[in-house]
Design a protein around this ligand. Structure first.
Ligand code: SPV
Ligand code: MG
Length: 292
């Protein structure tokens, strides 16, 4: 099945689906091998792995290059965090085409202003004009090169403190403009807002959530509420930061690496993740072609 079709069925499936964050080809492959059926190319995590703020410091073509590596190295579909679309409708048109050309299955666009600021940083969360944002969604849908490419509209009204009515009104507009799903974002420590949104929204189109701040909520609640898709948005990056800190601090302190061998990946694991065995077979096949 095409990656676009797979993502579409994950999002449209009656059962709750899960997308795992990845920020480069290696983390994407690891998430796939862990059993995830789809990936979230997180703007925060990709930016952070480049040492950049989540404020559109990385250019859109730099993001494009990274998600292409991720897509090349995996078979599961990737939903790309497209932030605000990196400009106006015209930038969105080009972004959408390029994502399709590079094997990406969907894009999520958020209704903030360029350059955006991460939703969990106070300030900088001014919202875009809803009608202008609808133009971006329509531009994305009109530009997609594959019928099943998914355009997700991310509603930031709750993040910005504008309330449920504004969130619902915007979601209605975005759905009307062609969005395939609504991502409702919340910074509360519990899931009350997103569950209330889902109850009021009903089944107009699939609802996606990102339980970063409300991480302690039981996943069963989302399943019972009919949430389409849950995004674990930054947990690979956060896990790797802790692992790297712990190991580098130990090596620095002890001036020795023997004692940490058991805690780190073997070279063989790296070779497995990068496909060395296949390259070896290809070498046997192609490096010295038989002469006629
Ligand atoms: C991301 O992963 O970049 C997101 C989700 O947009 S969040 O950081 O929770 O806003
Ligand atoms: Mg983001």
């Amino acid at each position: 099945m095409k990656k676009t079709t797979t993502l579409k069925s994950l999002i449209q499936d009656k059962n709750t689906s899960f997308l795992m964050e990845a920020h480069n080809a290696l983390s994407a492959r690891i998430a796939q091998e862990s059993g995830f059926k789809g990936l979230w190319a997180s703007g925060l995590s990709i930016s952070a792995s480049l040492g950049l703020c989540d404020r559109n410091e990385a250019s859109w073509t730099q993001i494009l290059d990274i998600v292409e590596f991720m897509s090349d190295h995996t078979t599961v579909p990737i939903l790309v965090d497209g932030d605000t679309g990196f400009g106006n409708f015209n930038n969105v048109r080009r972004l959408t085409k390029k994502l399709c050309q590079r094997g990406i299955a969907g894009v999520c666009l958020e209704d903030k202003l360029f350059p955006k600021v991460n939703s969990f940083i106070s300030g900088g969360n001014d919202l875009a004009n809803a009608d202008e944002f609808c133009g971006k969604l329509r531009a994305a849908k009109d530009s997609q090169l594959d019928d099943d490419f998914m355009v997700v509209a991310r509603v930031e009204a709750l993040i910005s403190g504008l309330g449920m009515d504004e969130a619902l009104e915007r979601a209605h507009k975005y759905h009307g403009a062609g969005a395939d799903a609504i991502l409702i974002h919340s910074k509360r420590k519990d899931a009350s807002e997103v569950l209330e949104f889902k109850a009021l929204w009903k089944d107009r189109c699939p609802v996606i959530i990102v339980p970063t701040k409300y991480s302690s909520v039981e996943t069963n609640l989302y399943k019972e509420a009919g949430i389409s898709t849950v995004i674990w948005a930054n947990h690979s990056l956060r896990a790797s930061i802790h692992a790297m800190k712990r190991i580098t601090q130990q090596i620095q302190k002890n001036e020795n690496v023997s004692f940490i061998e058991k805690d780190i990946a073997t070279l063989e694991e790296i070779f497995m993740l990068t496909g060395e065995a296949e390259a070896q077979l290809a070498e046997d096949k192609y490096l010295m072609p038989a002469t006629a």
